[in-house]
Write a protein that binds this ligand. Structure first.
Ligand SMILES: [Zn+2]
Length: 155
């Protein structure tokens, strides 16, 4: 049975690793070259073994990744900081949709003897919960999303 979480290890000159670009194929050293190529997306990368980084060589833009021992971490996006604007937008995203549902329930209340009279308030709570989970997940720093397949394909 395949190991689900590969043990951390350093990049090695002759190693085969998951492609940081497509995260589907594998990069391996090219013959007579100092570069690596992906067998799926065909991108060419150079590997810096001392800094454990990879750099995309076949584009004009600079794309770099840091090897963490098991996977690649992008060095291209700056760390996101939590600004007041983001907090205000998050609070609005959490409160506004359930507020609209609650307003609809107040303007058109269910009939008093109705079996489903609890449903509008349940829907308000569910809307609040769903939006809160969404916003908190974004604010939590977005734990890196692992692809479902191809994680344990590198050696
Ligand atoms: Zn690739």
């Amino acid at each position: 049975m395949a190991e689900l979480v590969p043990s951390p290890k350093l990049l090695e000159p002759e190693g085969v690793y998951l492609c940081p670009v497509c995260r589907h194929g594998q990069i391996a050293p090219m013959v007579l070259m100092d570069t690596y190529a992906c067998n799926f997306c065909r991108h060419i990368l150079s590997i810096d073994l001392t800094h454990q980084t990879a750099r995309l060589e076949d584009t004009a833009m600079v794309f770099r990744w840091q090897w963490t021992g098991t996977t690649w971490r992008s060095l291209n996006t700056p760390p996101v900081t939590l600004t007041y604007t983001a907090i205000v937008l998050g609070v609005l995203l959490i409160t506004l949709p359930p507020g609209l549902v609650w307003l609809g329930q107040q303007m058109f209340p269910p009939l008093s003897g109705d079996r489903w009279h609890w449903f509008p308030l349940f829907w308000v709570g569910l809307t609040f919960f769903a939006h809160a989970v969404l916003v908190l997940r974004i604010f939590a720093g977005l734990a890196p999303v692992q692809p479902l397949f191809g994680r344990d394909r590198h050696r």
